[in-house]
Design a protein around this ligand. Structure first.
Ligand code: G4F
Length: 321
């Protein structure tokens, strides 16, 4: 029997990569969206490869009817507030969407009695206050934002439903993962876009926060592949998905501007308005477990990722001329 894959947040970066990955492997792909009329254009050939269905994440009854109607074999949850800059704004909405909505989905799956496999896009933000680095599955979850607290609520409920009710459900602790499809609120896209605009002579400077802030940046396409492996595994398990290598925002600037033969020091200004409180310890993942147990490997290095983003930005810029 071929897979029927249901993806929430399908129009976002991760949802669209996973939709492409699973559709290319013969799955019927159903993507949920809150408002069909307002759904952004899907990248590439996705608009013809997937079926869109309208669903408000807080409506558990409607999710049950979607489960009945499409009978998915796998559900991937990417629907979330994801912007790093705004992790504490509107805390109730963040808890509802990043936490409570996950519980509603799990419970609807439990009540349906169907053998649906569920994978949650969790985050390295759950480790932000831990003080231990690198972070693995064994690292205590200590949030530093409402966003992190909501993800932990979802992760704990997933573990509970797995252990108490036998659901095949798991969390992928995704460290920062980027691509040409990244939104502008994230530092990678902000830097790459500015570098291309500066090269074209349309922008003079870019203001950034802490240039020494370090992140473990990987390619989103690699990370959704890890999630697909998690739902193919014999047993449901939570995994850290990361490259294990940290780079600073300054390294990012150096690579992005360098790819355009520019020296970032000539264009980058530091603005304290973009500073965030520093983490208790560097956010770097130890992904040994997913590598050893599922054979996952990232295929794209940090340098290749930045160059891929710069190339895509240049192409988009030329196309818009
Ligand atoms: O790109 P960012 O905004 O990503 P952040 O906050 O790490 O969040 C992302 O990764 C998390 C996984 O760890 C996800 F949970 C979350 O959903 C999202 O995907 O910031 C990256 C780093 C930070 O240290 C930030 O302080 O870049 C630093 N930074 C320095 N200047 C900046 C800026 N970040 C942004 N967005 N804008 C700046 O001007």
């Amino acid at each position: 029997m071929s897979d029927v894959v249901l993806i929430t947040g399908v129009s976002g970066q991760d949802g669209s990569y996973l939709a492409e990955y699973t559709a290319a492997r013969g799955a019927r792909v159903i993507g949920t969206t809150r408002d069909l009329g307002a759904t952004p254009r899907l990248p590439g050939t996705l608009s013809t490869a997937i079926e869109l269905v309208e669903w408000d994440l807080m409506d558990k009854h409607h999710f049950s009817t979607i489960l009945d109607r499409y009978r998915p074999t796998k559900v991937y949850n990417f629907a979330a507030f994801s912007s790093g800059e705004h992790m504490d704004l509107n805390p109730e909405a963040v808890i509802e969407i990043n936490g409570l909505a996950v519980i509603k989905m799990l419970d609807a799956i439990k009540l349906s009695g169907a053998p649906v496999r569920f994978c949650q896009a969790s985050s390295s933000e759950v480790f932000a206050g831990t003080g231990i680095s690198p972070q693995s599955e064994a690292t205590p979850r200590v949030p530093r934002s409402v966003y992190g607290a909501a993800k932990i609520l979802a992760d704990n409920t997933i573990k509970l439903y797995r252990e108490k009710y036998g659901l095949f459900c798991c969390s992928a602790f995704l460290f920062n993962h980027e691509s040409p499809r990244r939104g502008e609120g994230f530092v990678t896209k902000k830097v790459v876009r500015a570098a291309v605009q500066i090269k074209a002579g349309r922008q003079k400077k870019i203001s950034l926060g802490n240039l020494s802030a370090a992140r473990d940046w990987g390619f989103a396409g690699d990370y959704v592949r890890a999630m697909a492996l998690m739902l193919k595994a014999a047993v449901p398990t939570d995994y850290v998905v990361a490259t294990g290598v940290a780079h600073t925002v300054a390294n990012l600037c150096e690579r992005a501007f360098g790819a355009l033969s520019l020296n970032y020091r000539d264009y980058v200004e530091v603005n304290p308005a973009f500073f965030r409180p520093t983490e208790a310890a560097p956010i770097v993942g130890d992904a040994s477990r997913v590598r050893q147990e599922l054979g996952w490997e990232p295929t794209t290095s940090f340098v290749e990722l930045v160059e891929m983003m710069v190339d895509a930005e240049l192409r988009a810029d030329r196309a818009s001329d």
